[in-house]
Design a protein around this ligand. Structure first.
Ligand code: B12
Length: 493
C-alpha cells in the first residue's frame, strides 16, 4: 500500500511562529508528531511518505503515486484540511482521517472514507484488520484510553529535520486537574499516563542519531502529572543522557504547582529543561474559582513565576479574559500581572468553550453557545456569549494586546525577565543560522522596525549586563516581531 501521511497547513497564528521562523531559515516550529507516531503502527511492508504542508508542497506526482492518504489535523487547520481532502478525492485516493480536528467534528467532512478517531493505539489496529479483510467500517472510535507504554517510537526518519526549529516527543498524556474550560481530561483522561524512562531515552536516541542538535519539546498536557516517577526515573535518566552531549535543551507544559517543588525544578533544569508553558489564566481569585482552577488559587502567582525563573525555567503563560466573574478592571489587572511577571511569551485569549468540556455543557444549558470555535485561541474570537458583553470584552482584549506587545512594553518586560532568569547550562549550539538571525534582526528590527530604539537599548543592555543571555534576548526580539504581526492580522493591535 502506497501511503501519504498528510499534515495540513496552519494559518498565520500566534503559535505558527511564521514571522519568527524566517529569521532562522526554518519552515515550521514542530513536526507532526501524531502522524509520525501512527506511521510506526502501520504494516511494515507499506511504503510511506510524509507531506507536511507547512514545510513542503503536496504535488500531483505524490497523488499519482499513492493509493491512500492518512490525514491528521487540529481544528485550526480546518480550512487546509478541507482542501487537501478534496484534492486527494479528485486523485482517486482513499482518505483516512484521525487526530483532534476529526475527533471533535468528523460530521463536517463528508468526503472522508474512514474516520479513525481518538487514540490510534486503540482504533487503528481494528481498522487495519477490517481493511485487510475488505470490510472496513466508516467510523472507528473509543472512549477508552490506551496504555502509552505500548506506543511505538515515532518514525522520525520520515521527516526532513532541517525544516524544523524544534523536535517534539511525548512522555505523558492526561492531567490530574479539572479546569472547566479545558478539554484535556475529556480527550486524555484524569490520570497521567506515562511512558517509561527507557522509551523516552530510546526516542531521544532516535532523533539524536539522525543528527538533531536543537531543542526538544515534551508535548505533555502536564509534564508534572506524576512527580514521583519523574524524580525517581525519568529525570535521572535524562540527566545521564545529557552527559557528554551538547545543545539539546528541553521545554514542556506544566501546572503552576511546579513552583512548590524546589527539588523537582532543580532536577528539571539539570536535565536540560529551560522553559515551561504554564496555564496562569487570570489574577482574579473569583475567576479562578469559577473555572475550578484550584491549583492556581490562594497563591502569589507572580512569586511562583519568579521562583521558576530564578531556578532556570523561562515561564511562558496562557491567560484568559471573559470569565463570568470578570469585571472591566480585569484588563488592566492582566496587563499589570503580565508586565510584572516578566512572562515574555504571553498567550492571551478570550474564554472559549471547546466541545466535551464542562464549560461547553454549562453554556449550552444557559443558551450561550453562539457557534463553532475558530480553533485559534489568540484571534480575539469566542464561541460563547460573554456576560460582560461582546463589545466591551473585545475592546478590553484589544487594550491588553496593544499594551503588552507594543515595543515599549514588550522590551521592558523582556528585560524584567532577563534580570531574573538564571542562565541554563544546556543551550542550543550557536550555529551559523543563529548568528545570521542576530544579523537579520539588527537590520529588520534595528534599522527598519518601528521598535529600533527599544531594540538597540536591549541589545546593548544585554551585551553588557547579561551577555550570557544575549542570543535569548535576540530570540525574544524576533518573537515580539511575530506577535505584533499576528495581533495586527487579528485586528487587535
Ligand atoms: C504539541 C501541541 C501543539 C504544537 C503543535 C505541534 C504540531 N506540529 O503538531 C503547538 C504548540 C504549535 C500547538 C499549537 C496549538 N494548539 Co496544540 N497541542 C499540542 C499538544 C500538547 C500535543 C500534540 C501532540 O503532538 N500529541 C502527541 C501525538 C502523538 O498525539 P496526537 O497528535 O493527538 O495523535 C494521536 C491521536 O490523535 C491519533 N492521531 C493523530 N493524527 C492522526 C491521523 C490519523 C489518520 C489517525 C488514524 C490517527 C491520528 O493518533 C495519535 C496517537 O494516539 C496537544 C495536546 C495533546 N495531548 O495531544 C495540543 C492540542 C492538539 N492543541 C490544541 C490547540 C487548540 C492548539 C492551539 C489552537 C492553541 C492552544 N491552545 O494551544 C494552537 C494552534 C496551532 C497553530 N499553529 O495555530 C488542541 C486541539 C483541539 C482540536 N480539537 O483541534 C489540543 C488537543 C490541546 C487541547 N487541550 O485542546 N499545539
Amino acid at each position: 500500500m502506497r501511503t501519504l501521511l498528510i499534515y495540513p497547513q496552519y494559518p498565520d497564528t500566534f503559535w505558527s511562529f511564521k514571522h519568527a521562523l524566517k529569521f532562522v531559515h526554518k519552515k515550521a516550529a514542530f513536526p507532526p508528531l501524531g502522524l509520525l507516531t501512527i506511521a510506526s503502527m502501520l504494516p511494515k511492508e507499506w511504503s510511506l511518505k510524509l507531506v507536511d504542508l507547512n514545510v513542503a508542497k503536496l504535488t500531483d506526482k505524490d497523488l499519482a503515486w499513492a493509493d491512500c492518504a492518512f490525514i491528521s489535523a487540529m481544528v485550526v487547520q480546518r480550512e487546509s484540511a478541507h482542501e487537501v481532502i478534496a484534492r486527494c478525492k479528485r486523485a482517486g485516493l482513499k482518505v483516512i482521517a484521525g487526530g483532534p480536528l476529526f475527533t471533535s467534528e468528523h460530521d463536517q467532512f463528508a468526503e472522508v472514507d474512514y474516520f479513525v478517531l481518538n487514540e490510534a493505539e486503540l482504533t487503528l489496529p481494528p481498522f487495519l484488520e477490517d481493511m485487510q479483510k475488505g470490510y472496513a467500517k466508516p467510523l472507528y472510535e473509543t472512549s477508552d484510553f490506551c496504555d502509552i507504554q505500548k506506543t511505538p517510537a515515532p518514525m522520525w526518519e520520515l521527516m526532513n529535520l532541517k525544516h524544523y526549529a524544534s523536535m517534539s516527543l511525548q512522555f505523558s498524556r492526561g492531567c490530574p486537574f479539572n479546569c472547566e474550560f479545558c478539554n484535556v481530561t475529556a480527550l486524555f483522561g484524569h490520570r497521567s499516563r506515562t511512558k517509561t524512562a527507557e522509551q523516552i531515552i530510546a526516542e531521544l536516541d532516535g532523533v539524536y542519531n539522525l543528527g538533531w542538535r536543537g531543542p526538544v519539546f515534551f508535548v505533555d498536557d502536564n509534564f508534572i502529572g506524576n512527580k514521583a516517577y519523574l524524580k525517581a526515573h525519568l529525570l535521572p535518566a535524562l540527566i545521564q543522557w545529557q552527559e557528554g552531549k551538547k545543545g539539546i535543551p528541553f521545554n514542556t507544559e506544566a501546572s503552576v504547582n511546579l513552583a512548590d517543588d524546589q527539588i523537582l525544578m532543580e532536577m528539571m533544569v539539570k536535565a536540560g529543561f529551560d522553559s515551561v508553558f504554564i496555564g496562569i489564566e487570570t489574577p482574579s481569585e473569583e475567576s479562578l474559582a469559577e473555572c475550578n482552577k484550584q491549583q492556581n488559587k490562594n497563591r502569589d502567582l507572580i512569586e511562583c513565576v519568579k521562583l521558576m525563573q530564578r531556578a532556570g525555567l523561562q515561564v511562558q503563560g496562557g491567560f484568559i479574559v471573559g470569565f463570568d466573574s470578570d469585571t472591566p478592571s480585569i484588563f488592566q489587572r492582566q496587563i499589570e500581572f503580565i508586565q510584572k511577571s516578566g512572562i515574555v511569551t504571553a498567550m492571551v485569549g478570550l474564554l472559549n468553550a471547546p466541545p466535551g468540556t464542562r464549560l461547553y455543557e454549562r453554556m449550552r444549558e444557559e443558551g450561550r453557545l453562539i457557534g463553532p470555535m475558530s480553533g485559534d485561541n489568540v484571534d480575539g474570537t469566542t464561541n460563547i456569549l460573554p456576560k460582560m458583553g461582546h463589545q466591551q470584552l473585545r475592546e478590553g482584549y484589544r487594550k491588553i494586546m496593544q499594551h503588552i506587545y507594543s515595543p515599549k512594553h514588550f522590551y521592558t518586560r523582556t528585560m524584567t525577565f532577563l534580570r531574573e532568569y538564571k542562565r541554563p547550562k544546556i543551550r542550543p549550539p550557536l550555529d551559523f543560522q543563529r548568528l545570521l538571525a542576530v544579523f537579520r534582526s539588527s537590520i529588520r528590527l534595528g534599522v527598519l522596525g518601528r521598535e529600533r530604539f527599544q531594540y538597540w537599548k536591549m541589545f546593548f543592555w544585554t551585551l553588557f549586563r547579561r551577555p550570557n543571555l544575549f542570543t535569548l534576548a535576540i530570540t525574544f526580539a524576533i518573537y515580539g516581531h511575530h506577535f505584533r504581526k499576528i495581533s495586527k492580522l487579528n485586528n487587535v493591535q
